[in-house]
Write a protein that binds this ligand. Structure first.
Ligand code: 13P
Length: 254
């Protein structure tokens, strides 16, 4: 009952021209697949071009960040009303933004509220470091990230959110979590925390993705796990093989 969602986080890659050429290349392949939601998240500067190129398709567009205030003296930042014409989704709390740009649980929570109040959907990233993983702290740490990100949202809002479980040690490393391990954290920790806070019914509606070295050769394993509802894809989303990932997802979840 949860529609699978495969989102490409392009990070700081592709100029607007390159973005346009790429979406022209992949849009028919993605648009042919009706049972999976596909999302592309280019850099801010390419959003208008990409959104325009995808008009009339079922492919959604996402931003990679947002500011939580409506407007004002925040040099270099982008506000919700600037994104609304182009975006249905906004990625927040990515581990790279937490590590390099001072994103905190508190700002993630404010951003989630802002995104929802403008009618867009947050893709909220959570995930533990290698040290935390090895110390057996994954459950407590990720659970606390989920709680903090969703704090103060209504159950109805929570139900519409997408959460991406991205173990930091698996991002861009080629070292992916096993589908069983990822599925366990997603089911027990992410969905379990939502259930504790908002009830089982809401938890069953929230879509939770896996992220971290997801690619055409392993996406089928993740999508075969009943608790994993999709993937947030980095490196592999920059290539036409992204279409293959959505095709495999459609096949495995049919
Ligand atoms: P990779 O797929 O390149 O490991 O990146 C994952 C990621 O950070 C998506 O947000």
């Amino acid at each position: 009952m949860r529609k699978p969602i495969i989102a490409g986080n392009w990070k700081m890659n592709k100029t607007a021209d390159e973005a346009l050429a790429f979406v022209r290349e992949i849009r028919n392949g993605l648009n042919n697949i009706t049972s999976v939601e596909s999302v592309v998240c280019p850099p801010f500067i390419a959003l208008p071009t990409v959104s325009d190129a995808l008009k009339g398709t079922r492919i959604a567009v996402g931003a990679q960040n947002i500011h939580y205030e409506d407007s004002g003296a925040f040099t270099g930042e982008v506000a919700a009303d600037m994104l609304v014409p182009y975006c249905q989704y906004v990625i927040i709390g990515h581990s790279e933004r937490r590590a390099y740009f001072c994103e905190t649980d508190e700002s993630v929570n404010k951003k989630a509220k802002q995104i929802l109040s403008f009618g867009m959907t947050p893709i909220i990233c959570v995930g533990e470091s290698l040290e935390q993983n090895e110390a057996g702290e994954t459950h407590n740490f990720v659970s606390q990230q989920v709680k903090a990100a969703l704090s103060g949202l209504t159950p109805e809002q929570v139900a519409t959110c997408v959460i991406a479980y991205e173990p930091i040690w698996a991002i861009g490393t080629g070292k992916s979590a096993s589908a069983a391990d990822a599925g366990l954290i997603i089911g027990r920790t992410v969905r379990g925390t939502v259930a504790d806070e908002y009830g089982e019914q809401i938890a069953q509606l929230v879509r939770v993705q896996y992220g971290g070295s997801a690619k055409p050769s392993n996406i089928g394993d993740y999508m075969g796990h009943p608790d994993i509802d999709g993937a947030l894809v980095g490196g592999a989303s920059l290539k036409p093989a992204f279409v293959e990932m959505v095709q495999v997802t459609a096949r495995v979840t049919a």
